[in-house]
Design a protein around this ligand. Structure first.
Ligand SMILES: [Zn+2]
Length: 434
């Protein structure tokens, strides 16, 4: 061994130590499912067999039992998933809002850190004009037009085929960069369609029965995707299943979504499998704004800007985190102004729509369906929750000054018709059962 090598030994040892301690760059697959309320999945306690494949995945994963969406419709919820910011902060809460390029999204973080990023979507709000494609190198939104024009196009089989084709190509490719692949399933969104051989067991007359059949149908195609991913990579992939919002079936006087912030509209599934972490169930309240910091943490990528959420990786390790509240908001039409604030089992609703002031307070531990409004009877948690909500909104409003106000895009006549088909038409406001 000559003197030069001897001199280099400490350097070589340091390099080896660095490489062994450097964070692994995992492959990441995110499966988002539109309009999927958590309580209609077996792994969240549903008694009907809507989700055998998702349940089987959940048994090998970490299940966040109490995950809240920041909004009860697609666009602001996705903007929160992609930025870790609440609606008030990112500003995307109108049907013609767009997430401006100044935002530094989850996909941009991963792309810039060397991930091969891909988005496969059939939903109009994930098409280019809404700004949610930033950071994705590969985008397949070819089904947006056909899928949304009537809401009658079934897209789950195609979503799985497209995703599998991309993954097979990636597996064969000499490019060894990790992937960040996001695929969105749309079928549980209305209209609720029957699927032969699947829907009959749930019923095909009532809307909620058809909805359950749609979930089982999506579960079948998500299951095909998950099975193939496991064949190709085993459990050495970060896999997340998440929804943007839930769905109402008249529990509080509304149908569909975007009209309220009750549990059926904002309690979402959030299931995460990551290499090296044991399956467990996490009862703590979490939010979809925690999604981005959690994925960045698992990836070893430092966030570049302010995030309102926090990494949930300590929960994956079985550790605890201090309790945190969760904010949800909905304001997609001009007269609508609703927000709710969760702290542990308590939930405060403030409805300022149409100039009114209607507040509600619920104890979800005793009253999970939000039937008994305790606003006149429980002064103690009420003041605490009002303080918490005021603080959260204050922080969000302050932080919002760091970002541009969304420059709203002008929907073409065709896009306006598609928004109408999705239920986002001003003349539908207040029409329960639209
Ligand atoms: Zn949606």
């Amino acid at each position: 061994m000559n003197a030069t090598i001897l001199l280099l030994l400490p350097v070589l040892a340091w390099l080896c130590a660095c490489s062994s301690e450097a964070p692994r760059r995992p492959n990441i697959l995110v499966v988002s499912i539109d309009t999927l309320r958590a309580d209609h999945l077996g792994c969240y306690g549903y008694e009907r067999p809507t989700s055998p494949a998702i349940d089987e995945f959940a048994a090998r994963a970490v299940v966040f039992e109490d995950a809240h969406s920041s909004a009860s419709w697609t666009l602001p919820s996705f903007a929160s998933l992609y930025t870790s910011l609440y609606s008030t902060t990112h500003g995307c809460w109108k049907v013609d809002s767009r997430l401006e390029s100044e935002h530094d999204t989850l996909a941009e973080h991963l792309r810039d850190a060397g991930w091969d990023t891909c988005l496969i979507v059939p939903h109009m709000f994930l098409s280019g004009q809404y700004g949610l494609q930033q950071g994705f190198t590969h985008v397949d939104d070819s089904l947006v037009r056909t899928a949304i024009e009537s809401n009658k196009v079934v897209s789950s089989p195609a979503m799985t085929e497209k995703t599998l084709a991309w993954l097979e190509r990636k597996k064969q490719s000499p490019d060894d960069s990790p992937f960040f692949l996001w695929v969105h399933y749309f079928d549980p969104h209305d209209l609720y369609l029957p699927h032969e051989g699947i829907s009959e067991q749930f019923g095909t007359t009532e809307e909620i029965d058809l909805y359950d059949g749609e979930i089982r149908f999506v579960d079948l195609h998500v299951g095909r995707l998950l099975a193939r991913v496991r064949e190709l990579w085993g459990d050495d992939v970060v896999v997340a299943i998440v929804a943007d919002h839930g769905e109402e079936f008249g529990e509080h006087g509304h149908k569909r979504h975007g009209y309220s912030l009750y549990q059926e509209a904002v309690h979402i599934p959030f299931i995460l499998q990551a290499p090296g972490f044991q399956p467990r169930r996490v009862p703590d309240l979490v939010s979809n704004i925690d999604f981005m910091p959690t994925i960045l943490d698992l990836s070893g990528v430092e966030p570049r800007g302010r995030m309102e959420g926090r990494s949930l990786v300590p929960f994956l390790r079985g550790e605890s985190l201090p309790p945190r509240g969760a904010l949800s908001e909905v304001r997609w039409h001009d007269d609508q102004d609703m927000r709710c604030w969760r702290e542990e089992d308590w939930k405060l609703h403030e409805d300022r729509s149409h100039g009114k002031e209607r507040d509600e307070l619920y104890d979800l531990a005793a009253d999970p369906k939000e039937r008994a409004n305790l606003i006149e009877r429980r002064e103690e948690p009420l003041q605490r929750l009002r303080t918490g909500l005021g603080h959260a909104l204050g922080v969000a409003l302050q932080l919002a000054k760091s970002y541009p106000q969304p420059r709203r895009y002008q929907p073409s006549p065709g896009d306006a018709a598609r928004l109408g088909a999705l239920g986002y038409a001003e003349d539908a406001v207040g029409a329960d059962g639209k």
